[in-house]
Structure formats: C-alpha cells, structure tokens
Write a protein that binds this ligand. Structure first.
Ligand code: HEM
Length: 506
C-alpha cells in the first residue's frame, strides 16, 4: 500500500515538474530573448519583499532591452511579453489596437458586479461603455466641477493647517487621500464625505482596504493575471463583500434620491444617471440610444474611485515631497502661483491653473519618476507577428508595456534618477521622442480621466505651496525608496513633511 501511495505521489510530482519545465521552456523554444526564470515566481522573485512590483519590471526591462524590441518573461509560470522599444509600444497600443483591445485583467461580473468596470471589461462591451462615458470627461463638463474641487482644496489647506500646529510633522499622503476621496465621493457618488474633517471614516477604511499594505496582495494580483480562468472558477473576489455592499448601498441610495426628487447637479453621477435613464447626456449628440444598467453605472462610479483617488493623491504627495527636498524649485513654483493669481485676489481660477507652466513641469516630472500606472497591460486576441522582429505573440498572451522603465531609460533621459522639472520646458520636450513619456497610457484605451486627474493634482499642489513652506521631516530619507509591500507607489518611510503656514489667502 505504502509503495502504491508513494508511486502515485511521485508520478504527480513528476507530472507537475514536467508541466512547469515545459512552461518555462516556451521562450527558449521560440527563440525569444528572456531571463532564466525560477520556480514558483518565474521572473518575479523578490516581489513584495525586496522589490516593489515596478522595480522588478524595470529590472527585467534593463536586463533585456538590448536583446530585442519585445522580450519574454514569466509571471509566475505564465509566459508574457515585455515591450522594450517605442515603435512596438505604438504598434500594440495604437496601430494594431484592434488586436490589443483588452487588458486581460480579472473580473467576475456574475459574482462581483462592481468588478465589471471600464478598466476590466472587454471588446464591444468596452467600446460601448467607453463611447457612452467619454463625454463625461470633456473640459467643458470638468469646468462645472471646478467649484467642488476648489471647495475641497480649501478643506485640504485647513486640514494641513490643523495637523501641522506647533510644528508637528504631517503624514501628507493621508490628507492627500482624503482630499481626492472627498472630491470623487462628491462628484461620482453624490456624497459629501468630508473625510478631511474626519467624517465618514468608513470611506477612508475602504481606501486603505483597496490601496493599503493590507489590501489585495501583489501575489493575488499576479495570480489572477496568470490564471484568470482558475480565479473565476474559484470565485475569487477583488474586494470584500462588505466593501461592495457598502458602496452599492450608498451610491444606489443617492441615485434613487436624485431620481425621486428630480435633483440635478453638475457632476459625474448626474451624467451617469442620464445615461441610465435615457442613454445620452443632456446637450450631447448621440445616435446610440442604448441605456446603461444600474449595475453598469455603479461599476463605473466605483472605478472612478479606484482609478482616480490613489493615482492623484500619490502624485500630489510625491510632488510636495520633491519640492520639500528642492527648496529652490519650491520657491520658483510659489513665485509663479503668486504672480498668476495677484490680479484675482490670490484665487486660483480654472484658467490660471492652466497658465501655470512651471506647475505643469513639476507635475509632469513627478509623473515621470513616480508613475502610478507604471505598467500598461494588453492582451493579444489573435496570434500576432510583431513587425521588424521574429516574434509572434501567441493568442491570449499578455503584453506588458513598462511605462516607468521607459521613463527612466537613459536612451531618452539624461540622469534619470534626478528630479528635474526643467526636462519639461518646450525646448527640452522637443529634443526627445514624444512617445517616451506616457504616464496616462497610450492609444484608445488610455486614461479617460486624465484632465480631471491633472486638475485635482495641480490644484492640490498649488494650494499647499501657496499657503505653506514645505520641508522634509527627519523621518524621510532621500533619495526616496519605494515600499515593496505597497501595491501602489509609497516611500518606505511614508510621506512625512513639515509644513509652516504663511498668511492664508484663499
Ligand atoms: C494622476 C492621475 C491619474 C493617472 C496617473 C492615471 C493613469 C492611468 C493609466 C496609466 C491608465 C491605463 C491606460 C492604458 O492602459 O493605456 C488609466 C486608465 C484609466 N483611468 Fe486613469 N489616471 C489618473 C486619474 C484618473 C481619474 C481621476 C479617473 C476618473 C475619475 C481615471 C479613470 C481611468 C479609467 C476609467 C481608466 C480605464 C480606461 C479604459 O480602460 O478605457 N483616471 N489611468
């Protein structure tokens, strides 16, 4: 009996060994450059312990970029492709977009309706929803939301002021999170969350559950990327049921209230309600009258929260931190803000915000070095021969475009580890290929919320720099090291700054 059991176990282990060996020989057999993987993490060794996810991807890119325009790597045991050439970025994200419409990210609509949002849905369903909600993000519509952003920015300044009393160091990311959560809750959920005044702490807990160290781990992310079908069969959830229920109840209730009371406002939720009830937005011409379902509306609202809050607050926090360590840049920015607002009682209007060229340079450089969307994902819907290479991407394979790695590539950037907003003057931009910088993604599937995100980030940074002198607290180290455990981008030390208030002129 023992011999029988042992031989069964040995056969199973041999089967697994041969299966993995076969998986790991894919690029070798197909003559595609790659780095030798090791079981079980493939090329992801050290993820979450020694390296941040973005650093691992950069490492693979740096080791392979001279070997081919597109190379192979192993996400756990799954073969995936990594683009190392700007022409191929264009091919995948723009020219042959029709073959790379999908990201291939996990969603399980049946079991978790909120997971079927624009970021994860596919093919015609994606085309339909993207088409429907694009008008929501035009600059004309965003202007209507500016008073809300301005209002929350004042609360941001007051909260920083309170927390920095008597010279106490401020955990700036926590307040920046509250700033972006308050904006998005207002315009997308119809909820005055006021987390900057310590109300609705449950929203901040949700934020931590999604983006914090205790949120979905990196291993979970890679697992569902590598085995989406298995993840579906196992009924894995991206987010807890508690979180989904909270969200569906709050936003569902607000939608009903607005409908019952014919309560119309100038915000995202209002436009989404119109798409649900009549299939188009007031004042927008549309030949397609199909309506959104309630679940589709809820999933998009949830995505605005997922895609818009941490990305923007991370950018604000890194920008303020770099300005704290680079006082000359901070003074230059403050001078610009004061100059541009002097004829308007110090008020930063929508128009003046867009005239602040140095602010734009600072934010652009922050997004170069700390790109929240550090890798773009695309999935090949058919076998695809990559032009000017001998690589054929197999149907269903994942293609990773490592934005952050391009942002640090010495082929395009001098001294890339240095924070230097001067890279973004018109003259400097003209000296490098336009495509080597793409913090909001590339092609028809790029970030739909770019304009809105940029306004939030710029307003947040401008208001703090206008009202406070910002210096680093001794808890922070420079150069900044990323926390390997964080799914987003955060320094290992957290963001600790000292802020000293000037005379406040809103
Ligand atoms: C600094 C702020 C932001 C950054 C850096 C950022 C970055 C990105 C990136 C890199 C992508 C993937 C693009 C691609 O695959 O080519 C993306 C997608 C997306 N972002 Fe943003 N984002 C920001 C803010 C926002 C905001 C404020 C919203 C909405 C309120 C938003 C909504 C979306 C959506 C819906 C997608 C999916 C688009 C699609 O699949 O069609 N983002 N974002």
């Amino acid at each position: 009996m023992i011999v029988f059991v042992v031989s069964i176990i040995l056969s199973i282990l041999t089967g697994i060994y041969l299966f993995i060996k076969k998986k790991y020989s894919f690029f070798e057999e197909n003559g595609i450059p790659y780095i030798k993987p090791s079981f079980p993490l493939g090329n992801m060794k050290g993820i979450g312990s020694k390296y941040h996810m973005s650093e691992i991807i950069r490492k693979v890119y740096e080791e392979c970029k001279d070997k081919g325009k597109i190379v192979g790597f192993y996400n756990l045991i799954q073969a995936a492709y990594l683009v190392t050439d700007l022409e191929i970025v264009k091919v995948v994200a723009v020219k042959d977009f029709n073959n790379f419409v999908n990201r291939g990210v996990f969603n399980n609509e049946e079991y978790e309706p909120l997971s079927a949002h624009l970021f994860s849905i596919e093919d015609d369903r994606w085309r339909f929803i993207r088409n429907k909600i694009s008008p929501v993000f035009t600059s004309g519509k965003l202007k209507f939301m500016y008073p809300t952003i301005s209002d929350k920015a004042k609360n941001f300044v007051s909260a920083v002021d309170r927390k920095s009393k008597n010279g106490a160091p401020v955990a700036v990311k926590d307040l920046a999170n509250r700033f972006t959560v308050d904006i998005i809750s207002s315009v997308a959920f119809g909820m005055e969350a006021n987390t900057l005044n310590d109300e609705h702490e449950e929203l901040i807990n949700i934020f931590r559950e999604v983006f914090g160290e205790d949120g979905p781990s990196m291993f979970f992310f890679f697992f569902v990327m590598a085995f989406p079908k298995l993840a579906k069969t196992l009924r894995l959830r991206q987010f807890s049921k508690r979180l989904s229920d909270f969200f569906i109840n709050v936003v569902g209730r607000n939608i009903k209230y607005r409908e019952d009371n014919n309560d119309k406002r100038n915000d995202f939720l209002n436009m989404l309600i119109q798409l649900k009830n009549k299939g188009s937005i007031d004042g927008e011409f549309s030949t397609e009258t199909k309506k959104l379902t309630l679940n589709e509306v809820l999933a998009q609202c949830f995505l605005f929260f997922l895609a818009g809050s941490d990305t923007s607050s991370t950018t604000i926090s890194f920008a303020l931190t770099q300005l704290a360590f680079n006082i000359d840049m901070q003074e230059k920015l403050r001078a610009e803000i004061l100059e541009k607002t002097k004829d308007n009682n110090g008020v930063i209007s929508y128009e003046t915000l867009h005239e602040m060229t140095y602010l734009n340079q600072v934010v652009s450089e922050t997004l170069r070095m700390y790109t929240p969307g550090f890798t773009l994902l695309r999935q090949s819907s058919e076998d695809f021969e990559v032009p000017d290479t001998n690589v054929t991407i197999k149907k269903g394979s994942s293609v990773w475009i490592p934005t952050l790695a391009f942002h640090f590539d010495e082929r395009f950037w001098v001294n890339p580890n240095k924070f230097d907003p001067e890279r973004f003057t018109q003259e400097e931009i003209a000296k490098r290929p336009a495509q080597c910088y793409f913090p909001f993604g590339e092609g028809p599937r790029n970030c739909i919320g770019m304009r809105f995100g940029l306004v939030n980030v710029k307003f947040g940074v401008a208001m703090i720099i206008k009202n406070f002198k910002v210096t680093p607290n001794s808890k922070m180290e420079y150069p900044i090291k990323l926390n390997p455990k964080s799914p987003g981008m955060d320094p290992i030390t957290g963001f600790w700054l000292n802020l000293r208030k000037f005379k406040v002129i809103f």
